[in-house]
Write a protein that binds this ligand. Structure first.
Ligand SMILES: CC(C)(COP(=O)(O)OP(=O)(O)OC[C@H]1O[C@@H](n2cnc3c(N)ncnc32)[C@H](O)[C@@H]1OP(=O)(O)O)[C@@H](O)C(=O)NCCC(=O)NCCS
Length: 233
């Protein structure tokens, strides 16, 4: 193997092990900043969303605590949220990591958060999500994850998109199951739980050839680039 390929393989392996990005979206790929679905706006965070995201998380602490390790740092101040959203925004602009807010159509309320993360190997992305307690059970996670499945496979041209969750998290596992993902495996001692122990990690995947016929592929969406222009396949 030539030295640059070897270095790339090592850095990818390191990324997988440390949950760090393994690749960035290339110059020919369009970064999707804003997506409209039938009921939602899923878009890149702006620092001025800090009060709205704080309100959504502060009202959902007990709902999120069993599953989201970052809840240990909550509640955060508005200033801390501004710094976090600036960090998300910088990674997004650089094409390194795509953390999106989930809003109502008028963008007056944060309904949850989602993201596309390049930490599952070359040419693949993982989708993560959370929904505010008062909006759970309305199908919003399925709608947002459908949108990001399409972005990953159609706009970013990934060869595989994944959703990971604990098998104990039935509400989360239901999302990829309903969207037509394949349950490939449940890996042992592979997920850091909120109490620091290592639990099982379910791996759900979808390939480009499976998208059109899946529930995820059939949700009508409108995608926009940074300038607000429509992104076509
Ligand atoms: C896991 C979690 C994101 C699921 O969010 P959600 O929005 O409630 O999930 P869904 O989109 O699957 O919606 C759930 C239910 O809403 C109902 N629903 C109501 N209206 C609907 C609509 N128009 N379309 C689809 N479903 C609808 C459905 O009954 C659906 O359940 P079903 O498909 O099994 O019948 C949420 O519970 C959560 O934030 N949990 C804590 C954080 C977490 O665990 N994150 C994931 C870590 S891996």
């Amino acid at each position: 193997m030539n030295p640059s390929l070897a270095a790339q393989a090592i850095s990818e392996a390191r990324g997988i092990l440390q949950d760090q990005p393994t690749h960035t979206v290339g110059p020919l790929m369009t970064i999707v900043y804003r997506i409209e679905t039938p009921r939602l706006v899923v878009r890149c965070w702006s620092p001025k969303d800090a009060p709205l995201v704080k309100a959504a998380i502060d009202a959902s602490l007990e709902h999120l605590r069993p599953w989201m390790p970052w809840i240990a740092h909550e509640p955060q101040s508005i200033d801390e949220k501004v710094e976090l959203l600036k960090k998300f925004r910088a990674l997004f602009d650089r094409g390194e990591d795509f953390v999106y807010g989930i809003f109502d159509k008028g963008e007056t309320e944060v309904l949850g958060g989602t993201g596309l993360h390049a930490r599952v190997g070359p040419q693949a992305e993982e989708i993560g999500y959370w929904i505010a307690a008062k909006h759970a059970g309305k199908g919003y996670a399925q709608e947002a994850a459908s949108a990001l499945t399409q972005v990953s496979l159609r706009a970013h041209k990934m060869v595989r998109v994944e959703i990971h969750c604990s098998p104990r998290n039935h509400a989360s596992a239901n999302v990829p199951r309903k969207l037509g993902y394949l349950h490939e495996a449940t890996l042992r001692a592979r997920l850091v739980e909120v109490d620091g122990t290592y639990g099982e990690r379910m791996i759900w995947t979808m390939l480009p050839s499976e998208l059109d016929a899946s529930a995820a592929g059939r949700v009508p969406i409108r995608r926009e680039d940074a300038a607000g222009r429509m992104v076509l396949d």
